[in-house]
Design a protein around this ligand. Structure first.
Ligand SMILES: Cc1cc2nc3c(=O)[nH]c(=O)nc-3n(C[C@H](O)[C@H](O)[C@H](O)COP(=O)(O)OP(=O)(O)OC[C@H]3O[C@@H](n4cnc5c(N)ncnc54)[C@H](O)[C@@H]3O)c2cc1C
Length: 343
């Protein structure tokens, strides 16, 4: 089967390229369906890549211990075997059903319009949007996003990017502490800035960070905030202001990493006419993962029903059900039960 092009109607469009979406893409491809994946993030992997790529996961069947980014890499490899049409940094904004032309097995197609105005057509859709589109929490500094990619990062993807750099890390949770410890010995210098002298991270990490501060390995600035960014095209320094005394100092740095967490919101999906099981979960029938809209399925964290558990393994199972059921929607003579993949 040829890879779908952006202008063709596909069999299955997957909204969200996290672990569930990738599993759905594999299953749909395995059934020789053409697949399109949309995700607002710049890379596939959903929460796993956005929030904890360097952590280990212990509860995915068949992997006693696997680095989150490695699980994602394997899932991407598995899903890409069937060459889905992938659109990253693309928000699925609106959907509507439109009459299908001649030669279609379905009466209506779904037309999806993206945040930047592109329209895609699909026979079915699987919503695997997790908690919705992700956005990092940002420092309340006007124009802060202009520094993104020019020394400002909202996550640590590759430790090698910080080699021999002076890094200012902002935050007081697990990620901020994990990366203060994780970049120690890699970065030339680390300054940790937090608005109070209490941390929400694991006690063990806080103790290790404090010993590094005592031994001079990390500079700790509390209760402080980064209030300005300076540089000529790239981050070269930041102003750190003490929130009690009001005193400010300029600290030179090459990188500013703000680890203030992510916020996610279902956003546009909430306006698609779907029934909701809870504020953040679309109602599905767990027997077939159907939503109330024809040809629209949901799976993973975004799919809700009584007794739902939000775990990667559950999302993968639901993806298999949703993808195989979607096949029967546009190929009415097909069975939901797939042939085994074994060769
Ligand atoms: C710190 C942490 C640790 C965890 N540890 C574990 C663990 O050990 N084991 C485990 O099983 N689970 C764990 N989880 C939970 C697990 O990560 C989730 O259950 C899993 O990621 C859900 O996968 P998903 O594909 O359903 O959704 P997500 O991973 O949330 O992916 C959804 C994707 O949809 C995209 N999206 C949303 N809306 C749109 C839109 N309108 N248009 C385009 N794209 C959109 C988002 O950008 C996102 O990339 C952990 C979660 C966290 C936060």
């Amino acid at each position: 089967m040829d890879a779908p092009t952006p202008d063709c109607t596909v069999d299955v469009t997957i909204i969200g390229g996290g672990p569930t979406g990738l599993a759905a893409a594999y299953y749909a491809g395995h059934r020789e369906a053409s697949v399109r994946i949309l995700d607002t993030l710049p890379e596939l992997g959903g929460q796993v890549m956005a929030m904890y790529p360097e952590k280990h996961i212990f509860d995915v069947a068949g992997h006693p211990k696997i680095k989150a980014s490695e699980l994602c890499r394997l899932q991407v490899e598995q899903a890409m075997q069937f060459s889905p049409d992938v659109h990253l940094e693309t928000n699925a904004e609106t959907i509507r059903h439109v009459p299908a032309g001649g030669g279609e097995e379905v009466d209506q197609l779904i037309e999806l319009v993206t945040g930047d105005g592109r329209a895609f057509r699909t026979r079915t859709m699987i919503i695997t949007a997790g908690h919705g589109a992700f956005e990092p929490r940002r420092l309340p500094i006007e124009g802060i996003d202009e520094w993104a990619g020019r020394g400002l990062s909202y996550m640590v993807k590759r430790t090698a990017d910080f080699e021999d750099k002076h890094v200012v890390i902002v935050g007081g949770g697990d990620s901020a502490l994990d990366w203060t410890l994780g970049l120690h010995g890699i970065a030339k210098g680390i300054t940790l800035v937090h608005r109070r002298d209490r941390f929400r991270a694991m006690e063990h990490s806080v103790s290790r960070m404090r010993s590094l501060v005592d031994s001079g390995g990390v500079a700790l600035e509390v209760p402080c905030e980064v209030t300005e960014v300076h540089g000529n095209g790239r981050v070269e320094a930041v102003t750190i202001t003490n929130s009690e005394s009001g005193t400010a100092e300029i600290v030179e740095c090459d990188s500013l990493v703000t680890l203030l967490g992510f916020k996610s919101a279902l956003g546009s999906i909430a306006n698609w006419g779907l029934d909701f099981h809870s504020k953040k979960q679309v109602t599905v029938d767990p027997h077939n993962m159907e939503t109330n809209l024809p040809g629209v399925y949901a799976a993973g964290d975004v799919a809700g029903y009584d007794g739902k558990i939000t775990l990667i393994t559950i999302g993968m199972g639901e993806a298999a059900i949703a993808a195989n059921r979607a096949i029967t929607y546009f190929r009415p003579s097909a069975k939901a039960q797939p042939k085994y993949s074994t060769e």
